[in-house]
Design a protein. Structure first.
Length: 82
């Protein structure tokens, strides 16, 4: 509501808070990381993690190969899309 004779004052929005910037961390030494990666690989954990990550993909590819082989043997049409 405007009052006659009152100055036209508009409230300014509050300023945004200053961002919180964490102090810079010391970057990792690449030489140390190389030792960590080599130990990870040599321990066998890398191969185990790789097998765990690849297992679903291998299962899917094997299943798809069975489907495609069955289609090729039963007809000359291509596999229907879902």
């Amino acid at each position: 509501m405007l009052v006659a004779g009152a100055p036209n004052a508009q409230a300014e929005p509050p300023a945004p808070p200053a961002p919180i910037i964490p102090p810079p961390a010391q970057p990792a030494n690449i030489g140390d990381l190389k030792f960590v990666a080599t130990d990870y690989y040599n321990s066998g954990a890398y191969l185990t993690d790789l097998q765990l990550a690849a297992a679903p993909a291998i299962a899917w590819i094997t299943d798809e190969a069975r489907v495609w082989r069955g289609l090729r043997l039963s007809s000359t049409s291509t596999r229907p899309r879902c």
